[in-house]
Design a protein around this ligand. Structure first.
Ligand SMILES: Cc1ncc(COP(=O)(O)O)c(C=O)c1O
Length: 413
């Protein structure tokens, strides 16, 4: 697969491209923001969709057993987790599935614990359902890799409880978006121990689980048999195979009580199963997309390595650490934001888009702990990514009145 080819997404209403600044004298913005990839999905998916579309009856259709069998096989071969088809339930997409869990495992007025900064829909999900986000801050080490510790978890929870809040559940992001940490088994065990002590249900969003770079390996929360009574995994094919425009996901739930509550939650949403195209795509992807994904991951890792090196050289005020997982680069831009006289990362990213012609996600979108950061999506042809990084640096240097940024990374890399 040649991932260097830039696919023109014009005419597809692609959010990533359409929702960018259209001023600037027609000088297009490079979109390095929302987390989808500018790559075509695996050919096996297109083929399966074409085949299904050719049958002209799109009536009510049940989910075939093969849908869950492909997932069983993916989890066994990829993550060494042995599951049965009955351990899975289908979902309407990862984000809507998180919403179902919030309603199923907490009540209005309750707190939901999250480690922040974190994927912004976690906040929306909690607040729009009348719950309160109980934020425990993640702490970066000197490289910028995030960590959590028992004391901070206990303190954060105690402070919420002292305010009279019940905190029956947590939404957990593993691997971590936006920071890129791939949590070790020991870290996960510590977190699960904490949730057990406090009787909390853990919902683990593992949608980035396939994007994990050596020497790290992914450890799913489904691989802790001693915690099945509190753990629900939510994941899906959308990130791994770039199917964000489809609506399909899966839950892993292995406890009868949790399963009942989750099924009830799906019924309350009138969700009875993914549509024929979404589930056809997901099944084909998990069944046949493995070799395609291996090539893609290697390409993206190459992108990340080059982009991180470029970000860390030639301009003061930007600092990135190579993510252990995900295709997202989390950049500490606080010094540049300060030196450039911007009020915050939100203003910085707006100006960067208008003037520098690159769109990235402001760190504060991921909660107050993300202040001063920007998030760069590395899942696009290398030339596009490195041109984007070059623009950020060139524009950044202008803001702090340094001489020109030199030649584009695309010619140096
Ligand atoms: C942590 C996380 N969860 C969920 C999603 C979106 O999942 P879906 O498209 O299945 O709703 C994303 C997309 O960026 C994500 O980063």
């Amino acid at each position: 697969m040649n991932f260097d080819i830039l696919i023109d997404r014009t005419g597809t209403e692609a959010v990533k491209w359409e929702e960018t600044d259209k001023t600037g004298g027609g000088y297009p913005v490079i979109p390095l923001w929302v987390a989808d990839m500018d790559f075509p999905c695996p050919p096996a998916v297109t083929e399966a969709l074409r085949k299904r579309a050719e049958h002209p009856v799109y009536g009510y259709t049940r989910l075939p057993p093969s849908f869950f069998e492909t997932l069983v096989s993916w989890y066994r071969t990829r993550y060494q987790v042995n599951l049965e088809p009955d351990d899975f339930l289908a979902g309407p997409g990862t984000v809507p599935s998180l919403g179902i869990t919030v309603r199923a495992f907490s009540r209005p007025g309750d707190g939901v614990l999250i480690l922040s900064p974190v994927y912004h829909p976690f906040f929306d999900m909690i607040r729009s359902n009348g719950r309160e986000a109980v934020e425990v801050p993640l702490i970066p080490d000197e490289r910028g890799r995030y960590h959590f510790d028992e004391e901070a978890l206990e303190q954060g929870l105690a402070a919420a409880k002292n305010r009279g809040l019940q905190v029956p559940m947590t939404l957990f992001c593993s691997p971590h978006n936006p920071g890129g940490a791939v949590w070790d088994r020991e870290e996960l065990a510590l977190f699960l121990g904490f949730t057990r002590r406090h009787g909390m249900t853990v919902v683990s969003d593992e949608i980035h689980g396939d994007f994990v770079y050596s020497p790290k390996t992914f450890c799913s929360l489904a691989s802790f048999p001693e915690h099945v009574e509190r753990v629900i995994v939510v994941s899906g094919a959308n990130k791994t195979f770039n199917l964000g425009g489809l609506h399909v996901s899966h839950f892993i739930v292995r406890d009868a009580k949790l399963t009942r509550a989750l099924k009830e939650g799906c019924r309350a949403m009138a969700f009875h199963g993914p549509d024929i195209f979404s589930r056809t795509a997901a099944e084909a992807a998990y069944r046949e997309g493995g070799p395609w994904f291996a090539e893609l991951k290697a390409y993206i890792e190459g992108n990340i390595t080059r982009a991180v090196a470029a970000i860390n050289t030639g301009i003061p005020g930007l600092r990135a650490c190579k993510p252990e997982g995900t295709y997202l680069i989390w950049v500490d831009a606080s010094a540049l934001i300060r030196r450039g006289g911007f009020r915050n990362d939100a203003e910085f990213t707006v100006r960067l888009e208008e003037q520098g012609r690159v769109k990235v996600t402001p760190g504060s979108a991921f909660g107050s702990r993300g202040q001063g950061f920007i998030r760069i999506n590395a899942a696009c042809p290398r030339e596009q990514l490195l041109e984007g990084v070059f623009r950020i640096k060139a524009w950044g240097r202008d803001q702090i009145r340094l001489p020109g940024a030199g030649s584009p990374e695309s010619t140096q890399a």
